[in-house]
Write a protein that binds this ligand. Structure first.
Ligand code: ARG
Length: 499
């Protein structure tokens, strides 16, 4: 009687909770069938001997992570396979158990991949869902898999395995974007545009050189992810709940099987710290910051005021009211999504900052920011590589803009210095020449030799070589300079290194 009564209450609770929670949690709450209630029991049994009542429905929804951590399933299975093999090799479980576990996990893996796996929020997380399914399939052997292990070292391992694979994808996507930049930079190694400081025309540069600045930023971004990957690639398994385990485990063997470079050296640290997620998020925030700067430029350059570039229509949208508009939505969204990724970094830092050793449930909150960070940067990198291929350049507008604003004034000063005038004096002479030219409505290169010589008798006919845009950029031919020959060299070297 009591049982029936309880069931009824649970059904009623479920019903109410479906209605209340659906918009917030998006949890697939099912009407409990007999099968489900048996799941309930077994799930509860993981710790229920100590409990006198089942967990409250709302608490179950609140604490469950399966709706998002099921994404770790492949890695959870990989980790379990390696753990089982080690347990077998060490004689902790039998060879038959290992075989049964392997078969069971292979079937489960197929079920997950074909979408046939029945994820249950009653079983809290990805680990308990898979373990329960395994036990349903193979019985006691499934129950022995968790020997010498805890969900604490299990989840720490899964997240590292997932992040390692994800970072490899990120590194590849960065490389693809870098290649896209190299192609555009190569096509415009000689295209002249104004270089800006304070968003005011400063000195002429080549467009290829300007683009290569972003190549360099991405190179450092890739380096940061590679560093994180290397530091993170240590195996937590074996730490168990926090203090290690009394079984004669072989952690090095598990590390080798899972291609870790070594094992975490402290069990408390292994299960509790998530600094690698923070490093990844920090790397992602910097990457997005770089792409956001780039985006800001694409937005400015494509605006009719600048008219430097055109972004292919497939990356833009129109306005529902102003027929003339073509909006650079993609770069704007990249700029906007940078805020979201920065937010995830802060979320992860805040999540970690007050946690005493060792594992705390807080850590379950690392997954959603982590997953969203990875998804956001991957799609951004891919779309960016594509978008750059759809950029066309209006060289005439770029050149015209470089002619405005006396961008070769520094070249005139340098010319005088090379003829023996102290730099500060040269600076003053040029300031006066610029003032004169501005009043006459001319560029420096448009002043006659006689006009120029009014400011210094050191000026000769050869001044026109340095006052032209081409002369100015060509003279900056040291490593890292904007001269076309240097830009081409930088592109060549970059291609060699990427290959
Ligand atoms: N779902 C948990 C997480 O993501 C797994 C570890 C749970 N461990 C525990 N002692 N409750 O962190």
């Amino acid at each position: 009687m009591t049982n029936i009564c309880c069931k009824y209450i649970i059904i009623k609770q479920n019903f109410t909770i479906t209605i209340i929670l659906k918009p917030i949690y998006n949890v697939q709450t099912k009407k409990p069938s007999t099968e489900n209630s048996s799941k309930d029991n077994t799930a509860a049994k993981a710790w229920s001997g100590r409990f006198s009542e089942p967990v409250a429905e709302l608490v179950k929804q609140y604490t469950a992570s399966v709706n998002f951590d099921k994404r770790l399933a492949t890695f959870d299975i990989q980790g379990s396979l390696a753990h089982a093999q080690m347990l077998g090799a060490q004689g902790i479980i039998s060879a038959e158990d290992v075989i049964a576990i392997e078969h069971g996990l292979a079937e489960i893996s197929a079920e997950i991949q074909t979408g046939k796996f029945d994820w249950s929020v009653d079983l809290e997380d990805v680990h308990l869902n898979i373990e329960k399914r395994l036990t349903d399939k193979i019985g006691d052997a499934g129950k022995r898999l968790h020997t010498g292990r805890s969900r604490n070292d299990q989840v720490a391992t899964d997240v590292r395995l997932w992040l390692r694979a994800t970072m490899d994808e990120v590194l590849h996507a960065i490389q693809q974007l870098q290649l896209s930049i190299l192609d555009l930079a190569e096509a415009h190694a000689e295209t002249i545009m104004p270089g800006f400081t304070h968003l005011q025309v400063a000195q002429p540069v080549t467009f290829g050189h300007h683009l290569m600045a972003y190549f360099e930023m991405l190179k450092r971004d890739a380096g940061r992810f590679a560093d994180t990957r290397k530091r993170m690639n240590q195996l937590p398994l074996g730490a168990a709940a926090l203090a290690g385990t009394s079984y004669p485990i072989d952690r090095e063997r598990v590390a080798r099987l899972l291609e870790f470079d070594g094992v975490c050296q402290n069990s408390l640290d292994a299960v509790s710290d998530r600094d690698f997620t923070i490093e990844f998020a920090a790397g992602a925030a910097l990457l997005m910051t770089h792409l956001s700067r780039f985006s800001e430029e694409l937005i400015l350059w494509s605006s009719p005021r600048f008219g430097f570039i055109d972004i292919a229509d497939r990356f833009c949208t129109g306005s529902s009211i102003m027929p003339q508009k073509k909006n650079p939505d993609v770069p704007e969204l990249v700029r906007g999504k940078t805020g979201r990724v920065n937010g995830h970094l802060i979320a992860l830092l805040t999540l970690m900052k007050s946690q005493p050793l060792a594992y705390n449930k807080d850590n379950q909150e690392d997954k959603e920011p982590l997953f969203d960070t990875a998804d956001t940067i991957l799609v951004t990198l891919r779309i960016y590589a594509d978008m750059l291929r759809g950029i066309s350049v209006n060289k005439a507008n770029m050149r015209q803009a470089a002619l405005e604003g006396f961008s070769t004034a520094t070249d005139l000063a340098d010319y005088l210095v090379k003829k023996g005038m102290p730099f500060r004096d040269a600076h003053e002479v040029v300031a006066q020449a610029v003032r004169f030219a501005a009043n006459a409505g001319k560029d420096l290169a448009e002043l006659s030799l006689t006009e120029l010589q009014r400011f210094s008798d050191m000026i000769d006919e050869d001044i026109y070589k340095v006052l032209t845009l081409e002369g100015s950029v060509a003279s900056r031919k040291h490593t890292g300079g904007t001269a076309p020959e240097q830009v081409k060299r930088a592109i060549r070297e970059a291609r060699d290194k990427l290959a």
